[in-house]
Design a protein around this ligand. Structure first.
Ligand code: NAD
Length: 541
């Protein structure tokens, strides 16, 4: 065996492409969209590298054109879940023992494949299956996933370099291994990259993984498996098992070798799984690591001194990009009455120009929400506001699901800070504004801090430095990602590690060293070059 100390390439963020009309990128992307729209893909499970079809088959539909089926995926039954666990445990032995440079190389190669050959197809898949416009798809499924894979490889090397001190005569070593068991990854629909990272991060450090994607994102998530396979990921390291969430989860959580849960999704599901893990605790060989990034009710708090145009842009982009289906989306805004009329005019001027429709028409800023369930939930909040004496729908409020699940960007004006849409996560294109008297600054800030159970993202808009300092300090535990004079969305790997606390999750910061540590077992080894030869200590003489 040959040796050397190798350095992982130092990552930079993947540049975002524009796809402007007439560009080669646009041409290739449109080709990919056409290709995918005109075929019906069969999406099997992948267990131990084998492609498996079962008796249960579900369609992958286009949310902005719900009569269009672009594929069918197969659902795992109990038998396949057991197979996936066995396969993850079996593959782990060799994978964990593999020198780090080889494990890292798989993910670095996957990132390169995504940046080149797969770029257009991955974007097209996310655009069609999850109704994301090209920009939203590019920053997610291509750039963020590339960043996750390149930065994680680099961070892991830094972890391995963290070593204990060794006084004379002793060599202390910190050894980093995978967890003792397998990791279960459960991903949401709204970011393709999150699925790739939830499965990829534990795998990179040497774990075997069972990955259950969201049913509405199976189409694009399967492509990640194809890319990883092409990049040389050994069979069985990640096992892809779409299907009924409860059935799969119950089997996984009952397994004695269940060692870690890597989750992103709603708060209620995370809480119920945490409880089940607690109930099963006697069954496990070791205490499982639990990492969950969950819901948000993200705020913008504006001060009179703020740049009002910048605030209006942050409201529009922050609340309506990807139809508000970002965990970080702005969904409640506190604006002083002295500037509200101007901010309202500016944001309405922008909102009047927003076009809504399918992703194939590149002029559309807003597309469809993910499915009928989301459509029903979001529109029920709009209807509630329409009929309430405590609020008024001041922009949008219309919706139509005859062709696709379309909901207009909607703005609600609330008379109270505790109105339902100021408090609950809606996860749709709905922004609620509370207008406050500047005399009530402190009470309004208090309502912003304590008004919801979440603490994911938030933004402060102010020019006055004393106010910025005051808000930053007061909102310390209100957002894991705080923005000053910027929208609360759009975290970039390596720049703003992402995650929140309270009901927003365990705040283990996806795409950072902190997250990778959760999938690692450490061993401290002391080697004594000069062991004592008598048991007595000097004080005894
Ligand atoms: P969801 O909770 O409906 O689903 C998330 C995943 O959990 C899916 O794979 C789903 O199949 C699975 N699931 C559902 N019920 C389950 C059960 N009983 N047992 C086990 N698994 C189950 O969420 P979603 O609609 O896919 O995503 C939206 C939610 O995710 C929002 O609340 C959003 O804020 C959150 N989110 C958070 C972050 C973050 O980083 N904090 C990022 C993206 C999304």
């Amino acid at each position: 065996m040959s040796h050397g100390i190798y350095r992982c390439p130092r990552p930079i963020n993947e540049p975002i492409r524009n796809y402007e009309p007439g560009s080669e990128d646009r041409r290739l992307l449109e080709e990919a969209l056409n290709e995918l729209r005109n075929e019906v893909k069969e999406i099997p499970l992948i267990i131990g590298g084998e492609k498996i079809k079962t008796d249960s088959k579900k369609p992958c539909i286009v949310p902005h054109d719900h009569q269009q089926v672009i594929g069918y995926y197969y659902e795992a039954s109990e038998k396949e879940v057991q197979m996936a666990i066995d396969s993850a445990l079996q593959a782990k032995a060799e994978w964990e023992a593999m020198p780090y440079k080889h494990r890292a190389a798989v993910f670095l190669k996957a990132a390169d494949l995504l940046a080149s050959k797969w770029r257009y197809k991955m974007n097209a898949a996310t655009m069609l299956a999850q109704s994301k416009n090209v920009y939203q798809a590019e920053i997610d499924t291509v750039c963020e996933l590339i960043d996750f894979y390149r930065f994680n490889a680099y961070y892991l090397e830094q972890i391995y370099e963290e070593q204990a001190i060794s006084p004379a005569g002793v060599w202390n070593r910190m050894e980093y291994t995978a967890l003792d068991g397998f990791v279960y990854a459960v991903s949401p629909f709204n970011f393709t990259s999150i699925g790739g990272n939830l499965a990829g991060a534990p795998a990179l450090v040497g774990n075997g993984v069972v990955w259950k994607p969201a049913s509405t994102a199976v189409y694009s998530n399967y492509m990640i498996m194809e890319i990883l396979e092409e990049a040389g990921l050994p069979k069985g390291v990640i096992n892809f098992v779409p299907g009924n969430a409860k059935t799969i989860t119950d089997i996984v959580l009952a397994h004695p070798e269940f060692a870690g849960f890597h989750y992103t999704g709603s708060t209620s599901v995370f809480s119920s799984i945490w409880k089940e893990i607690g109930n099963n605790i006697q069954k496990y060989k070791a205490y499982p690591r639990i990492v969950g990034e969950t819901g948000g009710k993200n705020f913008i708090f504006a001060d009179e001194s703020c740049d009002q145009q910048a605030l209006a842009v942050a409201m529009v982009r922050g609340a309506y990009e990807y139809q508000g289906q970002k965990c970080s989306a702005a969904s409640r805004v506190y604006v002083p009455s002295t500037i509200w009329e101007n901010v309202k005019t500016k944001s309405f001027e922008m909102m009047e120009t927003i076009k809504m429709g399918g992703v194939e028409d590149f002029k559309n800023f807003v597309n469809a929400v993910i499915d009928e369930k989301a459509f029903t939930k979001i529109t029920s909040y709009i209807d509630y506001a329409k009929s309430s004496p405590d609020a008024e729908v001041i922009f949008g409020g219309g919706y139509d699901q005859s062709k696709g699940y379309f909901i207009e960007p909607t703005m609600i004006l609330s008379k109270t800070t505790s109105f339902k849409t100021m408090v609950e996560e809606i996860f749709g294109p709905v922004l609620t504004v509370y207008v406050y008297d500047p005399k009530d600054f402190d009470a309004t800030l208090e309502a912003c801090i304590n008004g919801t159970e979440y603490a994911l993202t938030g933004a402060i808009f102010a020019q006055d430095r004393l106010t910025i300092q005051k808000l930053e300090n007061a909102l310390k535990h209100s957002a894991g990602n705080l923005y000053i004079n910027d929208k609360p969305t759009g975290a970039v790997v390596g720049q703003q590690p992402f995650g929140g606390s309270k009901a927003s999750g365990t705040n283990d910061k996806a795409g950072s060293k902190l997250n990778l540590f959760r999938w690692i077992n450490t061993r401290a080894i002391k080697e004594n070059f000069n062991p004592p030869h008598q048991y007595e200590y000097p004080f005894m003489s």
